[in-house]
Design a protein around this ligand. Structure first.
Ligand code: URP
Ligand code: ZN
Ligand code: ZN
Length: 661
């Protein structure tokens, strides 16, 4: 699409008087203390072992091993010396037949990780960050990006996309090429998409189908979650193949989309159990599909066929109920849970309160729920209203985006996705006479970073470190690809965004890179622009211009039994294993049932018979002629669970009205 090639309008806003302290460039003329870079980040022993599968050469692998022996904090001289030893002749790396300059220095920027900021240069070789520090010696031929006044952050990870997904009778218009290219334009260097089998279809086949679609087209790296859209022994077996052999560590279960993908509670529970066994992360689309079906029928009967019907059929409590149910069921089988697309305050509150109760649960709001709201469903223009249709819906409560952002800022919610699943006007029009037929989905993959920067950082709710956490690092940790992804440190993949926090742009479908003809953030002015984006060491966005080719990205396997997710589980299970109460076995009377679950006529149970020497009275009571003396020494019926004398229904002096009796 031609608009996809147009550049967004950008202009520089240099208002230094209201620039916050963390913004580089503030008081540039004054000498500022510079923190010592490189290993000041804190070297994590074994952090990269088996987590950087795309080492371009043995030489690089050796270099990494060499780094692994470096002390946590070393003097600047040592840093320089060790760097000089690593210098090799310039060459180029090959990715899908494309050659690229293999050495890059990002100079003079402020490096931001989730836990610290420092003014430092970043040196990259063969797609991997080699050094982070000051006064780095670089070999001739190294390309330099001047980043003064810019923030140098880990590239974004969008945890939730649906590129070219076949859905509701059509197919999402942004495919793995336009979608990932747009992602890069906005500073996102990795997406996590979903392979979703039809009911009854093989999960493994769906996975391979998605790989076939994605591999030749992706401009940035990607991973796959897989949908458990039905349940059987075969599904359970395939989940094992996917986790052990195909690099999948998360499965999405649907509590909505009745009659297609929805699982009943029993199947949901089985799928959670299976995730737990395999060390995978269970994800849920949390909405009560049965309630939605019922509400939909009522609304259509009332003649409500427009996009507002979509929102009315899926009110907040429908999302909240399912969120709560998913948390309870997952917790019952000890399975870590990830709630995708948290859209409402009440669902977010549930995630937050369950976390306070100790549940291992994560919540993912999306660019749409953080950046806009559900009042659009009531817009007079059908096309405008329909463009916002997605499930769960945006909420008409206009305080929702700010509320979700607060929870994201304070740690109650952890990651951000987009649920990018775009349909053009003519595709949305499949539901022009019936809101249930409007293909569900909105844009976001290109604008997520800017929207979160604007609504989160510019608003003062979060600092740049938290921004990095919620746009990149937390996702890398939760999906077990950290610190290969989500960090600027020696050994990490060189997926970097050079962010200009001063510049602004106005979001528009006319200038965005996505294929879709509508943008739910249309007209929003945002600070923060991805001026340079580096993906695997290649400069793919330069001064806002995208220079990415299809097939440049790679599939990123996600390993199971993630210590960030499963680390607490074993200890927790040990600590909480139920304890048997040691007691003498019960050997008293046992009721004799007559097959219909009733006590047998005149049925004093057999042990009772054994204790009493005379049979029961005709009404079934104890025969008072029976002796209470036994040669065995038992002077009362020790086999009875309750001693007969204790069971007094009418005590002397009459019944008390209190509960004592
Ligand atoms: O409306 C949405 N969310 N479309 C994509 C499918 C899903 O449920 O994630
Ligand atoms: Zn969903
Ligand atoms: Zn989705």
């Amino acid at each position: 699409m031609s608009s996809g090639l147009r550049r967004a309008s950008r202009h520089q806003e240099e208002k230094d008087d209201d620039v916050p302290q963390w913004i580089p460039g503030l008081g540039q003329d004054k000498p500022k203390p510079r923190t010592l870079g490189t290993s000041f980040f804190g070297y994590v022993p074994d952090a990269f072992v088996e987590k950087t599968p795309y080492l371009p050469s043995e030489q690089s692998a050796d270099a990494l091993k060499k780094e692994a022996t470096v002390e946590p904090v070393k003097a600047a001289e040592q840093v320089e010396a060790s760097l000089e030893q690593e210098i090799v002749q310039p060459d180029s790396i090959e990715r899908n037949g494309q050659s690229a300059q293999n050495r890059l220095l990002i100079k003079g920027g402020r490096v931001v990780n989730d836990d610290m900021m420092q003014d430092a240069d970043v040196y990259i070789e063969d797609g991997i960050i080699k050094q982070v520090g000051t006064n780095l010696h670089t070999p001739g031929g190294t390309r330099v990006i001047e980043a003064k006044g810019h923030l140098v952050m880990p590239g974004g990870i969008d945890t939730h996309t649906h590129m070219q997904m076949p859905f509701m009778g059509t197919q999402a218009i942004d495919d793995f090429y336009t979608g990932t290219r747009a992602a890069l334009a906005g500073g996102t260097t990795m997406i996590m998409d979903f392979a979703l089998p039809q009911r009854g279809e093989s999960l493994v086949e769906a996975f391979h189908r998605w790989r076939t679609w994605a591999d030749p087209k992706v401009c940035c790296d990607y991973a796959l979650h897989v949908g458990v859209t039905w349940w059987s022994d075969k599904v359970a077996e395939e989940m094992e193949e996917l986790t052990n052999e195909l690099g999948v560590n998360s499965f999405k279960m649907f509590m909505a989309y009745k009659d297609t993908w929805q699982l009943c509670d029993e199947d949901l529970l089985q799928s959670f159990k299976r995730c737990r066994e395999l060390g995978a992360l269970a994800q849920v689309h949390a909405e009560n599909g049965d309630a939605i079906k019922e509400n939909t029928k009522k609304l259509l009967d009332l003649g409500i066929t427009g996009p507002e019907g979509h929102e009315l059929s899926r009110p907040e409590e429908v999302e909240a109920e399912a969120t709560n149910r998913a948390c309870v069921l997952a917790n019952q089988v000890g399975c870590p849970l990830y709630i995708v697309h948290v859209m409402s305050k009440s669902a977010a509150d549930i995630v937050s309160s369950k976390r306070k109760q100790g549940h291992i649960v994560f919540g993912e709001p999306i660019a749409a729920s953080l950046g806009t709201d559900g009042t659009h469903y009531y817009h007079k223009c059908w096309r405008h209203a329909a463009a916002h249709v997605m499930g769960p819906p945006l909420r008409p409560d206009q305080s929702t985006p700010k509320y979700l952002m607060d929870l994201l800022a304070n740690g109650d919610l952890q990651t951000t996705g987009t649920d990018n699943c775009t349909f053009s006007a003519s595709q949305k029009a499949l539901g022009k006479d019936d809101f249930t037929k409007i293909p569900n989905g909105v844009n976001g993959v290109e604008d997520r970073m800017s929207v979160i920067w604007e609504k989160g950082v510019v608003s003062g709710k979060m600092d740049p470190c938290r921004f990095v956490a919620v746009t990149s690092t937390n996702a890398a940790k939760i999906f077990n690809i950290y610190p290969k992804k989500g960090r600027i440190a020696a050994g990490s993949d060189a997926d970097i965004v050079v962010w200009n926090p001063h510049a602004t742009r106005v979001i528009s479908a006319k200038t965005h890179h996505q294929a879709v003809d509508f943008n739910i953030f249309e007209g929003m002015e945002v600070h923060g622009i991805a001026e340079y984006v580096v993906c695997h060491g290649r400069v793919v966005v330069e001064e806002g211009e995208v220079r990415a080719n299809s097939g440049m990205g790679k599939y990123v396997p996600t390993p199971v039994f993630n210590p960030h997710v499963y680390g607490r589980l074993e200890e927790r299970e040990r600590a909480n294993t139920p304890c048997k109460v040691e007691r003498a076995p019960y050997d008293g009377p046992v009721a004799q049932l007559n097959g219909q679950g009733h006590m047998q006529e005149g049925g004093i149970p057999s042990q009772q018979d054994a204790f009493y020497t005379r049979g029961p009275t005709r009404s079934g009571g104890v025969n008072l002629h029976d002796s209470s003396f036994h040669v065995s020494g038992a002077q009362v019926n020790d086999k009875s669970p309750k001693r007969p004398s204790v069971k007094v229904n009418n005590p002397p002096g009459g019944r008390s009205s209190g509960s004592f009796w």
